[in-house]
Design a protein around this ligand. Structure first.
Ligand code: PGA
Length: 253
């Protein structure tokens, strides 16, 4: 059985106390013993989440990072700080960061290199806008996002790379890509990874789907060979609903 990865992206939700409360409620509900589960709270709630997760097999992650180790960058946090806070993962290039905070393919590349340098598992988000899908240029967009993101990175460095395909039109909209759309996009991304980082890495690459994942569609999505996990926003905020998602294997039985 393959190890898949299920990630909660809490975005700008949950204070430290609310994060700890979530973990207390969530842990006893998990029946999935084989897949990796990671919670990404807002930076201010990372310490409370890490403390609450102690003794469990779950990991914590950050939602963003700066590529410098330290410096005069008001409001930013660096990769070594994220590691020091007890995180194993970091989300990079989420479409909300691209849309509202000026993130570009180039900054994604810098952040990816910084994360790999300190041994974090980067979850690099790529995905097309609705206009891009309707214009038939989804593959071009995914290829551009990937090829710039992987500049100056070797296959050896990128062993921990994880990619989340998140079609922007499916995020927070209730519209989910069909498993087939997701699988096709994953195949395009895998080919791009093979070109930039080598075949071996591409074959082993863990690729997540994100965009309106919920208990009602997780089984169907995870049934796709190309989908190795999920990045979950809205439905990860409630312990019951995120537990129903991570327990998808028992839902199938
Ligand atoms: P959503 O968000 O599950 O609320 O659509 C996913 C994401 O933005 O990572």
């Amino acid at each position: 059985m393959r190890t898949n990865l299920l990630v909660a992206n809490w975005k700008m939700y949950k204070t430290p106390a609310q994060a700890a409360e979530f973990v207390r409620e969530f842990l006893p509900k998990i029946s999935n013993k084989s897949d990796e589960i990671v919670i990404c709270p807002p930076a201010i709630s990372i310490p409370a989440t890490v403390t609450a997760l102690e003794g469990s097999r779950l990991g914590a992650g950050a939602q963003n990072l700066h590529w410098e180790k330290e410096g005069a960058f008001t409001g930013e946090i660096s990769a070594p700080m994220i590691v020091a806070a007890g995180c194993s993962h970091v989300i990079i290039g989420h479409s909300e960061r691209r849309q509202y905070f000026g993130e570009t393919d180039t900054t994604v590349n810098k952040k990816l290199r910084a994360a790999l340098d300190v041994g974090l598992t980067p979850i690099v988000c790529v995905g097309e806008l609705l206009e891009e899908r309707e214009a038939g240029i989804t593959d071009d967009v995914l290829r551009r996002q990937c090829s710039i993101a992987f500049r100056e990175i070797s296959g050896e460095q990128a062993r921990k790379l994880t990619i989340a395909y998140e079609p922007v039109w499916a995020i927070g909209t209730g519209r989910t890509a069909t498993p087939q759309i997701a699988a096709e996009a994953h195949a395009t991304i895998r080919a791009e990874v093979a070109k930039a980082l080598g075949d071996e890495l591409a074959q082993k690459l863990c690729m997540l789907y994100g965009g309106s994942v919920k208990p009602e569609n997780i089984v169907e999505l995870m049934a796709e060979e190309e989908i190795n996990g999920a990045l979950v926003g809205g439905a990860s905020l409630d312990p019951k609903s995120f537990a129903a998602i991570v327990n998808y294997r028992s839902a199938k039985a």
